[in-house]
Ligand binder design. Structure first.
Ligand SMILES: *Cc1c(COP(=O)(O)O)cnc(C)c1O
Length: 385
């Protein structure tokens, strides 16, 4: 997965280093577009997964839209080739300034998460003489069967508008003169590999649609969110997620009304496997029980293991894959959770070896911090090699 010319060049490169395989990114985008095409589904890229300019330019060039969760992401999307008409703005806590910005830039729609938010958008849109298109983000109470910190569609999470507020909203639809309800939005969680979860979502959405129709509300658009998972265990075997199976599941189970459009907001599935974090071993040391490889990357470069106990496959690129050392791989930051993996077979490992931490193209570099006043990781794209 790591080309030999990169391995040869590693001693000259500065680490930690995020390496992006632009060919794999393109292949993944093509696979997603081709799988969506027969059904006329629209794909929006969730910028929060990766907002590197070269990645965004590559994605916008495919004609995909953007799913933004802050005013700055809207600006970033517009600067990097996404059309305002293809931008949706989600998030539980949109500030007044961000709402104003989104209206000024004429983005396509707001995904709204509370009644009060709709009131505020309605008021601001009225004050600038515009009508805001909105989706209601509903909480379908479908379990994602993924890590609790990336589950978003059950009743107890902060996301989505509750059934109670939805009923209140429907009763006063006429009162909201400066907003137009154009669709329903759902996003139940992330890293979902079990397609039966998406089937359950589709069936739930059918019921919810019936309910809206019985209240005389016609739904033009459905946004099914993102959440398609990737293979963290075997990135080399499954570099491209099963987009066809994913879209087929919705096509099979979602009951569409004539002319209805369906949108998806994929983040991880589009970019994760294209990124690899490369790191140098600084020290190898023996503890009371474990042996440690202390590397120059840390939780400030890749937070997922510390934040979600996430697994990333790690390989030693310098020892030809021989068997040998069982090691914990840890970073330099002063936190016990700054560990990338425990008890993994890395082969004979020594100071100066280079490790590859795979599947880090999504929710990797974007979660960087300066904690411990650390410098940001370097970046290299395959087409610059
Ligand atoms: C994070 C997020 C996504 C993307 O999720 P992935 O699991 O990366 O596909 C889509 N929609 C919303 C509202 C999100 O918050």
């Amino acid at each position: 997965m790591i080309p030999q010319n990169l391995i040869d060049k590693l001693p000259e490169l500065k680490t930690p280093l995020y390496y992006y395989d632009m060919d794999l990114l393109q292949e993944t985008l093509n696979a997603a577009s081709n799988a969506a095409k027969p059904y006329g589904y629209h794909i929006h890229f969730a910028l929060k997964a990766n907002f590197n300019v070269k990645v965004l330019e590559t994605i916008s060039a495919t004609g995909m839209g953007a799913d933004c969760v802050s005013g700055n992401e809207i600006i970033k999307a517009l600067q990097n080739g996404f059309h305002p008409r293809q931008i949706v703005f989600a998030g539980v806590g949109k500030s007044d300034e961000e709402i104003r910005l989104a209206l000024e830039k004429n983005i396509y729609a707001f995904n709204c998460e509370s009644l009060q938010e709709i009131e505020v958008i309605n008021e601001i849109a009225g004050s600038v003489g515009k009508k805001a298109r909105i989706f209601l983000r509903l909480n379908p109470d479908v379990k994602a069967h993924t890590h609790k910190n990336i589950t978003t569609g059950t009743a107890e999470t902060k996301f989505g508008i509750s059934p109670l507020e939805t009923e209140l909203y429907l009763k006063q639809l006429d009162h909201f003169q400066h907003t137009e309800l154009i669709g329903l939005h759902f996003h139940i969680g992330s890293q979902i590999c079990d397609f039966s979860v998406f089937k359950a979502l589709a069936l739930k959405v059918n019921e919810i649609q019936d309910h809206f129709e019985s209240n005389g509300v016609k739904i033009q658009h459905l946004n099914m969110g993102g959440g398609l998972g990737i293979d963290y265990k075997h990135p080399e075997k499954n570099p491209v997620p099963d987009f066809k199976g994913y879209f087929d599941t919705f096509n099979q189970h979602l009951k569409l009304r004539p002319g209805q459009e369906v949108h998806f907001e994929l983040g991880r599935a589009l970019v994760a496997q294209s990124g690899v974090l490369l790191s140098k071993v600084l020290y190898v040391k023996s503890g009371e029980k474990n042996r440690f490889a202390i590397v120059d990357a840390s939780m400030t470069d890749l937070l997922r293991p510390a934040l979600y106990e996430a697994y990333h496959k790690i390989e030693n690129l310098s020892n030809n894959g021989n068997t040998g050392d069982i090691l914990d791989v840890a970073g330099p930051v002063c936190e016990s959770s700054d560990v990338f993996a425990r008890n993994i077979a890395l082969g004979t490992t020594q100071r100066g070896d280079f490790l590859a931490i795979y599947s880090t193209g999504a929710y990797g570099q974007v979660m960087s911090s300066a904690y411990n006043l650390r410098s940001p990781a370097h970046t290299l794209y395959s087409d610059e090699l």
